[in-house]
Design a protein around this ligand. Sequence first.
Ligand code: FPP
Length: 256
Amino acid sequence: MFKNTQDKQEAAPQLKDDNIPAHVAIIMDGNGRWAQKRHLPRIAGHKRGMETVKTITKFASDLGVKVLTLYAFSTENWKRPHDEVSYLMGLPVKFFNNFVPDLVKNNVQVRVMGVKDQLPVQTQKAVNDAIKDTAECTGMILNFALNYGSRLDIRLAVQEIGRQVANGQLDPEKITDQTIDANLMTGFLGDLADPDLLIRTSGEERISNFLLWQIAYSELVFTDVLWPDFDRSVFEQMILEYQQRDRRFGGIKTGK
Ligand code: FPP
């Protein structure tokens, strides 16, 4: 496990262009602590975190990442104080209002996974408009997990598969990993559904109900850097760490 340090930043070797993770998923943590350290309200951290999303989206797209999945709001985040939830629900509106033209310019397509119909109407409208306005873009997919929880994702998939079995459309013996993949909220990503690299910021080292099925063979990289401070150079270090990993998917070394 690699912790970000100044020494590492200075000594960073070059990224290899031929081994950029196709799907990067990020648990963007530490907004509240970033604000508290500055004696600011927690929402100031979320606001700054939104700016980081812009920087990292542009950088990931320039690097050739194909899918960037960002955990923006979990099914558990509703437990937060009402004012904070309200602010978080307003962020996609702010973000897309002013960033969609840049996304289009960079050929980035927006997608959202999660239970959208529980979101406030104006949040639903902002995400639906952004999805529509970027639908023709063919570059990186910027996939927001919004009101997303992995156990919910799995439960909904099991229910759908159960319905298909019950009505005779599907033989239970014919259920494969691909059947499950296709019924999860990442199904639309096809072969890119499983993240190659999962990053969590802020020093916490847990998964918090994010993509539990999909991260079976993801490389996990943690950094102490708080999300509002996460920048291109830290992201580059995380990818360098990824490039030093030997991915075997349960097999043996192939002499790469
Ligand atoms: C976790 O930090 C962060 C969140 C629950 C929200 C993440 C949202 C953003 C970074 C902005 C998203 C932007 C868009 C466009 C939707 P925390 O509040 O748990 O931090 P803490 O652990 O320090 O309290």
